[in-house]
Design a protein around this ligand. Structure first.
Ligand SMILES: Cc1cc2nc3c(=O)[nH]c(=O)nc-3n(C[C@H](O)[C@H](O)[C@H](O)COP(=O)(O)O)c2cc1C
Length: 327
């Protein structure tokens, strides 16, 4: 069967690969369906993480990441994804409609070249929560290129005071949550043990050497061969407004940044505990103040650094594709 010229089997395969995208606590809050020859992306509210993410902002960011992964993957089949975001004003869970357009030969080569590295990176990307050595400045050049025109979100590398400012925001968020049993129950449900095809297994969580800016997860079993201080670069993805569209596009930008960094051999870790609580989100918003910048709506902080030696974190599980896709 074909949908507007694309074999359904190719779309299903591309969806399966796209679902390697990161999501809050590996909740995978997405649902894909075909209708009218177009692919539809819905957020799946039954997979929300309601204490950490009460308004579903990170659910939509996660869906933005899977949407960008899909666009990267489908180019392999010679097709471009023409994305209409939030196509149904009566249904906020309907996040995108994807139509398929053949890539003209010249553009196909161009997109292919750009996407090849990102597509390869999908299989290698992992969230790594261990301390990183500093990235080489050359490896970060252009990671933020065209982000505002393409995704409506910006990426700003924090300066020297970034780590101390983010550590303060992390302490602030942790102290607000210290006596919040619902937050901890939810976190321990998703993380630290083996859930089939979802969540964060203990093998992906460090056994030691928690980084000061990181979320406080249960202790895991992942060895940290270089457990010196964290020297990661810290970057903030932010938007001018805080609408559903901004969240979706922030997720697309996050995917682009993570895959670009991975394609350059770097390790990455998204951080959102810093932007979940309004007091710590405000601290992140002020983090560029010394450089005269203010982030009106910081969405995600990203740690980027040299990949630690030894074993990489294991691949985390994903739900079977037929649970998230219906033709
Ligand atoms: C919206 C969003 C928020 C996330 N927040 C955090 C976080 O605060 N701390 C963290 O260590 N990882 C965070 N992650 C990474 C997820 O835990 C990770 O993507 C998921 O467990 C799947 O593992 P993988 O990225 O290795 O495939 C976040 C990812 C997304 C998309």
């Amino acid at each position: 069967m074909m949908a507007a010229g694309v074999a359904l089997q190719s779309i299903r395969e591309a969806v399966e690969t796209a679902c390697r995208a990161p999501s809050l606590h590996n909740s995978q809050p997405w649902r894909w369906t075909m209708s009218g020859g177009r692919l539809q992306l819905h957020a799946d509210g039954s997979r929300s993480v309601p204490v950490a993410d009460p308004i579903g902002r990170q659910m939509v960011i996660s869906c933005g990441a899977v949407l960008h992964h899909f666009a990267v993957v489908i180019s392999r089949y010679g097709w471009g994804a023409a994305v209409e975001r939030l196509p149904d004003s009566r249904n906020p869970m309907h996040l995108a409609t994807v139509a398929f357009e053949p890539l003209p030969r010249s553009r196909a080569a161009d997109t292919e070249n750009r996407s090849d590295a990102l597509r390869t990176a999908i299989a290698h990307r992992r969230t790594d929560r261990r301390p990183f050595a500093a990235p080489r400045p050359a490896d970060l050049v252009g990671v933020d290129e065209d982000l505002v025109p393409r995704f409506g979100a910006s990426l700003t590398m924090l300066g020297e005071d970034g780590p101390s400012r983010m550590a303060e925001a992390a302490r602030n968020s942790a102290s607000i949550r210290r006596y919040d049993p619902a937050y901890h129950a939810e976190l321990y449900w998703w993380a630290g043990h083996r859930l089939p095809d979802q969540g964060i297994p203990g093998a992906a969580l460090p056994a030691e050497g928690a980084v000061p800016v990181g979320r406080e997860f249960p202790v895991g079993t992942l060895a940290s061969p270089e457990s010196g201080p964290d020297r990661a670069a810290l970057a903030v993805i932010s938007t001018e407004a805080d609408t559903r569209l901004d969240w979706l596009r922030s997720g697309e930008a996050l995917s682009h940044v993570l895959l670009t960094a991975t394609s350059r051999g770097l390790a990455t870790c998204p951080l959102t505990h810093l932007t979940e609580v309004s007091a710590s989100r405000a601290l992140v918003g002020d983090a560029g103040a010394d450089a005269g910048e203010r982030f009106p709506f910081p969405q995600i902080v990203v740690r980027i650094g040299a990949r630690p030696g030894g074993d990489a974190p294991p691949m985390t599980g994903r739900r079977p594709v037929d649970e998230v896709w219906r033709a």
